[in-house]
Design a protein around this ligand. Structure first.
Ligand SMILES: Cc1ncc(COP(=O)(O)O)c(C=O)c1O
Length: 401
C-alpha cells in the first residue's frame, strides 16, 4: 500500500543520461561518436524525468516482498485501470473487453494480423508515427495514405473525400488512427471521429485506434476515446492505451487493449496465442497499477511543465523567422515547420541541427514524405534544458546568416 505523499515533484533537475541504458542518448553517440557527447536528444517519446515516486515505491515494495512466478492480472489491477479510464476519460469499460500486452506496437501488430490477410490494404494518415508503416509492411499489407492536410493557419485536418474513396477499395480491411496524433498533435474532435467511424462502418473497415497519448491534452481540447461515441462505433474498434507514455514507464513494457466487440476480441486473442501469447511483465503490472492508483498528482504537475515548455517554443517560433509551430492540442510533442529556413534538402536541415545547433530532434521525413523539412521536438524535459537547446539553435542560425 502506498501511503506517502510525494508532491512537490522534481521536474527541474537535468539528469545525466550518458552511460545509462537510454536508447535515444545512446543513438546520438552511436551515430556521431564522441563528438556527439554534447548533443541533446529531444527525440524519442520518453521523458527526461524520473518516474513518479509513488510508482518507484510500489516497485521497491514488490521487489522486496513478491515472488516472481507466472502472473495474472488481478482484480486490483483491473480496478486501477478501469477507474482511471472512467475518471479521466468518462469511458466505462467492461473487464472482459481488455487484453494486456507488453506494448502498444505488439498489440497493434497483433490486431492487424487478426483482421487482415497478406495482400490487403490498410489506411494510415501521414505524417504519422512511423512504426505504423512497419506494422503494415511486416504483415504483408499495402499502405493507403490518407495524407493529412495542412491549411494556411497551420492546422492539420482530414481529407474525408480521399478517406472515403480509399476505404471503398474492396481490399482495404483496416485503418490505423492516431488520437491524439503523433506527430502533428491533433486531438480529433467527436465530429471528426464520428465521420471516420461512419466511413469505416459503411465500408466494413476495422479501426485500430492508437490512444497511447490520450492523457495529454492542452486547455481547450479534450480527448474522446473512440468507443465512447456509441455502441455502433465501439463495435468496430481496437483501442490501444498504456500508462507508459503518461508516466514515463516505456521500459517497463505494459499496455491495455480495449476490444468491446466479443468477436473481434476472440480473433485478437487467437492471433496473440498464435505468437505464443502477449502479456505484461510483473513489474509492468505493478507500475501500471500504482501509477493509475496513486500518481495522478504527478501527471497534473507534469502538465504544468509541458505547458510552460510549449510556451517557450511558442515564443521562440514567434521570434525566429523561418520556423513555424504547429500548435499541439495534445501529446508532449511539438511539430515544427522549418520549410522557411531555406535548406535545400531535409538532410541539410538535419545536419545543421545536429552539427551546428547541437540538438537532435526527430526529423520529419521519418513520418513520411509530407514531413520533409519538419522537425518533432520532445517537450518532456526540464525547462532549463529546453531553453539551452533553443538558445543554441538561435545562435547557430545567426552564425549561418
Ligand atoms: C502513437 C504511438 N504509438 C505507440 C508508441 C509505442 O508504444 P509501445 O512502446 O507501447 O509499443 C508510441 C511511442 O512513441 C507512440 O507515439
Amino acid at each position: 500500500m502506498i501511503l506517502a505523499q510525494h508532491a512537490p515533484y522534481d521536474f527541474d533537475t537535468i539528469l545525466e543520461r550518458h552511460g545509462s541504458s537510454s536508447a535515444k542518448w545512446h543513438e546520438v553517440v552511436e551515430q556521431m561518436g564522441e563528438d556527439g557527447k554534447d548533443v541533446v536528444p529531444l527525440s524519442v517519446a520518453d521523458m527526461e524525468f524520473k518516474p513518479a515516486p509513488e510508482v518507484v515505491e510500489a516497485l521497491i515494495q514488490s521487489a522486496t516482498h513478491d515472488v516472481f512466478g507466472y502472473d495474472y492480472a488481478t482484480e486490483d489491477y483491473f480496478t486501477a485501470f478501469l477507474n482511471w479510464m472512467e475518471h479521466r476519460h468518462n469511458f466505462h469499460i467492461d473487464p472482459s473487453w481488455v487484453s494486456l500486452s507488453d506494448g502498444v506496437m505488439p498489440a497493434v501488430n497483433t490486431a492487424l494480423r487478426s483482421v487482415t490477410r497478406p495482400g490487403d490494404k490498410v489506411i494510415i494518415q501521414r505524417p504519422v508515427y512511423y512504426p505504423f508503416t512497419f506494422a503494415a509492411e511486416h504483415n504483408g499489407l499495402t499502405i493507403l495514405d490518407n495524407e493529412l492536410v495542412l491549411d494556411e493557419n497551420g492546422h492539420y485536418g482530414i481529407d474525408f473525400d480521399d478517406l472515403e474513396s480509399k476505404a471503398a477499395d474492396p481490399r482495404c480491411t483496416a485503418m490505423i488512427l492516431c488520437n491524439p496524433h503523433n506527430p502533428v498533435g491533433r486531438v480529433w474532435t467527436p465530429e471528426e471521429l464520428r465521420r471516420i467511424g461512419d466511413i469505416c462502418i459503411k465500408r466494413r473497415v476495422r479501426l485500430l485506434c492508437d490512444e497511447i497519448h490520450a492523457d495529454f491534452s492542452y486547455p481547450g481540447h479534450k480527448v474522446t476515446m473512440f468507443s465512447t461515441l456509441g455502441a455502433e462505433y465501439a463495435n468496430i474498434v481496437f483501442e490501444f492505451t498504456a500508462p507508459t507514455k503518461t508516466f514515463n514507464l516505456a521500459g517497463l513494457l505494459c499496455s491495455n487493449t480495449i476490444i468491446p466487440n466479443p468477436h473481434l476480441k476472440r480473433r485478437y486473442d487467437a492471433a496473440a496465442d498464435n505468437i505464443g501469447g502477449l502479456t505484461v511483465n510483473h513489474f509492468g503490472m505493478v507500475a501500471c497499477q500504482a501509477a493509475y492508483d496513486h500518481a495522478e498528482p504527478w501527471l497534473d504537475a507534469l502538465m504544468e511543465v509541458l505547458e510552460r515548455n510549449l510556451g517557450l517554443i511558442r515564443d521562440f517560433t514567434a521570434r525566429v523567422s523561418g520556423i513555424r509551430l504547429i500548435e499541439p492540442e495534445g501529446t508532449y510533442l511539438a511539430w515544427l515547420d522549418c520549410r522557411g529556413l531555406g535548406f535545400d534538402t531535409p538532410e541539410e536541415l538535419c545536419d545543421f541541427l545536429r552539427n551546428e545547433a547541437r540538438v537532435w530532434f526527430d526529423e520529419g521525413s521519418m513520418f513520411g514524405e509530407s514531413g520533409n523539412f519538419f522537425e518533432r521536438v520532445n517537450l518532456a524535459c526540464p525547462t532549463r534544458l529546453l531553453e539551452q537547446v533553443l538558445a543554441n539553435i538561435e545562435t547557430a542560425l545567426a552564425d549561418r546568416q
